[in-house]
Design a protein around this ligand. Structure first.
Ligand SMILES: *[C@@H]1O[C@H](CO)[C@@H](O)[C@H](O)[C@H]1NC(C)=O
Ligand SMILES: *[C@@H]1O[C@H](CO)[C@@H](O)[C@H](O)[C@H]1NC(C)=O
Ligand SMILES: *[C@@H]1O[C@H](CO)[C@@H](O)[C@H](O)[C@H]1NC(C)=O
Length: 242
């Protein structure tokens, strides 16, 4: 009899744990779902699918693989969490290599040529999204799913940094190099609310200003801090035209 070998206390503990698993909202983490979000109606800006469309994605993003907000349950998943070690996330790979990190993500390293990470197929033969093209002076808007972390009780520490390489890089910047060129700091909690807090779409916009960009190819990084030392990244390419 299995029950006779377990004390009443441990049975209660098991029951409590099962209850907790069933009632706790899933702890999931975010990624850049769209790196070139365009609002349909400039008078009604919202991050809902019904109010805009996506024109550019992170590298090897399988566009039709999952509904919005479900790519953390994809394989490979999209929420790459940088290693806490060696000696800190600021020294970890900036773009997921698909195998390292606290949570490994999808392979988001630069392709050769860089355009090969787009408009093709991923290693599972799923169609991948387009890269982003912008003109100097354009606004660029990035969207992400809230994954329950945009509710008021979450710390406001949760912020998003968008950084870029120098023009026409031969390889991906290191995390330290990205940190030397932060172009925008966005509010993680800038969401369109309504419905499940896990699935709120959120995002932020910034200018492709002539002070910071000249025409060329750039590597961009979306980097979100959930807690101290806890960083998630998504990497993408942008072709900047005059
Ligand atoms: C804005 O878009 C939402 C969702 O599509 C819609 O319900 C709302 O009526 C729109 N508001 C205006 C002012 O157009
Ligand atoms: C956005 O979509 C969600 C469901 O996907 C809905 O609950 C919410 O009302 C929508 N908000 C707006 C402003 O359209
Ligand atoms: C916040 O989201 C709105 C759309 O709902 C967008 O127009 C605005 O630019 C965003 N704010 C920032 C600071 O990115």
């Amino acid at each position: 009899m299995i029950f006779s070998t377990l004390s009443k206390a441990s049975l209660a503990l098991i029951a409590a744990s099962i209850l907790l698993i069933l009632t706790t909202p899933t702890e999931a983490h975010s990624w850049a779902d769209c790196v070139d979000w365009r609002f349909k109606n400039p008078k009604n800006k919202s991050w809902n699918d019904s109010n805009g469309a996506c024109f550019g994605y992170a590298r090897r993003f399988p566009v039709k693989a999952k509904p919005f907000a479900d790519y953390d349950e994809d394989w490979p998943n999209r929420h790459y969490e940088q290693s806490h070690k060696s000696p800190s996330p600021d020294y970890a790979p900036a773009c997921s290599d698909g195998k390292s990190g606290e949570t490994d993500g999808a392979d988001e390293r630069m392709a050769k040529p860089w355009t090969a990470a787009y408009n093709g197929r991923d290693f599972r033969k799923r169609r991948t999204g387009a890269f982003t093209t912008k003109k100097i002076g354009d606004t660029m808007c990035i969207r992400w799913p809230a994954k329950n972390h945009a509710v008021p009780k979450e710390r406001d520490l949760s912020e998003v940094f968008v950084s870029f390489s120098k023009p026409n890089p031969k390889k991906d910047p290191t995390q330290k190099q990205f940190l030397s060129n932060i172009v925008a700091r966005l509010n993680y909690k800038n969401c369109t609310t309504g419905g499940s807090t896990d699935r709120w779409p959120c995002g932020g916009c910034f200018p492709i200003s002539k002070k910071k960009f000249t025409p060329g190819h750039y590597v961009g990084q979306w980097r979100w801090r959930l807690n101290d030392n806890e960083w998630y990244t998504s990497c993408f390419d942008v072709l900047v035209k005059k």
